[in-house]
Design a protein around this ligand. Sequence first.
Ligand SMILES: NC(=O)c1ccc[n+]([C@@H]2O[C@H](COP(=O)([O-])OP(=O)(O)OC[C@H]3O[C@@H](n4cnc5c(N)ncnc54)[C@H](O)[C@@H]3O)[C@@H](O)[C@H]2O)c1
Length: 266
Amino acid sequence: MGAHDNKVAIVTGGAQGIGKGVVDVLSSEGAKICIADISEEHGQEVANSINSNGGSAIFVKGNFEKSDVPEKVVNECVDAFGSVDILVNNVGIQPLTSYKNVEETPEEMWDAILNVNLKSYFLMSKYSIPHMRNNNGGSIVNIASVQGLQSMKLVPPYAASKGGVLSLTRQMSLDYAAENIRVTAICPGTFNTPMVTNSVSKDVNLDEALKGFGAVHPVGRIGEPEEIGHAVSFLSSEKALFITGEYLVVDGGMMAQGAWDTGDQG
Ligand SMILES: NC(=O)c1ccc[n+]([C@@H]2O[C@H](COP(=O)([O-])OP(=O)(O)OC[C@H]3O[C@@H](n4cnc5c(N)ncnc54)[C@H](O)[C@@H]3O)[C@@H](O)[C@H]2O)c1
């Protein structure tokens, strides 16, 4: 018996990176998976691999910048598997060209980041919740970021989107608690995904750069996508029925460390 046998899970941005880590863990624990992603190449490959290894998965192609995509994703999932029990709102973008202050941020860049990172979470929840209600409950896990808690220079739309995800999580948890629909969030530190590896200049040794990112995490390394998968699995399982409206920081201790700690104390 797997922890998620006979459950149906939608994972947005599930073709690569953290989303794929979530897909791998939930499907290995028995869930039927709907992968919703812009990348047909990677999304179809992940679905095919699950199906050929005895699991069940579908891929739905869509660009979450567009507001008609969430309803289509939920409908295709319900057509294939009959319901939605778990929604993992994971899709997110942080284009390298977006590192600017508010004066220099083009309105289109603001809209693109907010549409993908926050509005899609609202719309995916809006269309999934009626199906969860039909099942007498469900779980929504929103992937936020440590950048929803503290920030760095020059990331206004990304920081605003992640703060918004945490606020939306609290809000939805209150509005649906009585219906047994739990809403939680995860704040990852730095993870080994295309978002992070693609941010490293081609002139720099990738392994050295990732080691450098790892060094700011007290455990001394960056995270692997499956480590978010295990956190999602727990939060959406029967073991977490009293947890809602809360976020879980999965960051190798980074947020536990004050900015005054230079690491020189030995
Ligand atoms: N990687 C990290 O270090 C890190 C840290 C904190 C939070 N996060 C958050 O975790 C989530 C996943 O990040 P990741 O690092 O795995 O990202 P990633 O870029 O490595 O993968 C993102 C996935 O989403 C898909 N995608 C991108 N834009 C899309 C769109 N418009 N429509 C549909 N699909 C789209 C991509 O094809 C890809 O499969 C994001 O919300 C991100 O903000 C990541």
